[in-house]
Ligand binder design. Sequence first.
Ligand code: GLA
Length: 382
Amino acid sequence: MELSSLFKQIFNKDVEATYIAPARVNLIGEHIDYNGGKVLPCAISCYIKGLVSKREDNQIVTYSTNYSNMFSSPVENIKYIKDNDWSNYVFGVFEILKQEGYKIPFGLNVLLDSNIPLGSGLSSSAALLDLVLYIANDMYNLNIDLKTIAKLAQKTENEFCGLKCGIMDQAAIALGKKDKAILLDCNKFEYEYKDISLGEYSFVILKTNTPRNLVDSKYNERVEQCQKALSLIRNKLKVNTLCELEVNQLEKAKQLINNELIYKRVRHVVTENDRVNRFMLALENKDINELGNLLNQSHISLKEDYEVTGKYLDTIVESALDSGAVGARMTGAGFGGCAIALIRTEEFSKFKESVESLYFKKTKIHPEVFQVDIVDGPTRIN
Ligand code: GLA
């Protein structure tokens, strides 16, 4: 059924406006956004769509085609309800907007339809948050700029949904630009668009097709370990974030931290931030081998020091390297989800076939290997 007909059937109203928001992939700079580092994500051509009409009452009523269920809440009495899973992201946005002093003068019907693989490390939840903020901004004429949309989306995730995430995903989606990666300084919240065209080479996405378990609790644990590390070194080493540390200060940090596990987390953060700078240089020089090396080093660091990869991400990265990738690494939070690989574009079909077969042999799971376009951020399409 067409989405507009489904909308009519569910809400007994015609669609008044339709919006989309893309997914994102991060090229390098993993688990450092919440440590004041630089990251290099881009918005990609998988989308969540929101069809909307105004209501005469104060209810937010929302239906998802992906889950085939509907939730509603009055604007004046929004609560986090664990069992209402995805709808918390919708209602949370309205709650945070209210707390920030924005006026929500009437309710909305919102039908959501997403082709972003859910829970796969491509930020389906940040896309949903940004989309709902973008919708509210337009429907209520709130005059919120894109950077603030990203901040409010992060605030919703942090304070309403309980994930202590950094700003990367919400910003990558809100600020997405066709054919450009976003070099985002998460400490200053400043960004620059960067060309990442590499002639005969391109980045592809590898989806492990495994459920990501306990992501939230393990993610929050990593954030807390970093906060703990910072509290142990900040005065002595005069830094305000872990990413202000230089690689050559690691030995000093190690002595102050005096805990092997916490130190490993810090070593990942500091070396990863350094890799982002080296990656930018390699991009400028179109140094494909160096880009590949940095991707590989990033994965090893996330596997051994940060311990967020797991069997399936490690296997898919290994399969990619055995299939001719110049480099490969997990992307996003980890614990399952997706990886990226840098390959010679004309070898895509051969590469895909080989990864599918190698990964299946080792895991008995069929992965997905696909190319994406880099696209603009959220927009109203009619
Ligand atoms: C998730 C979070 C981001 C970031 C990445 C890891 O996607 O939402 O803020 O920390 O993990 O780089």
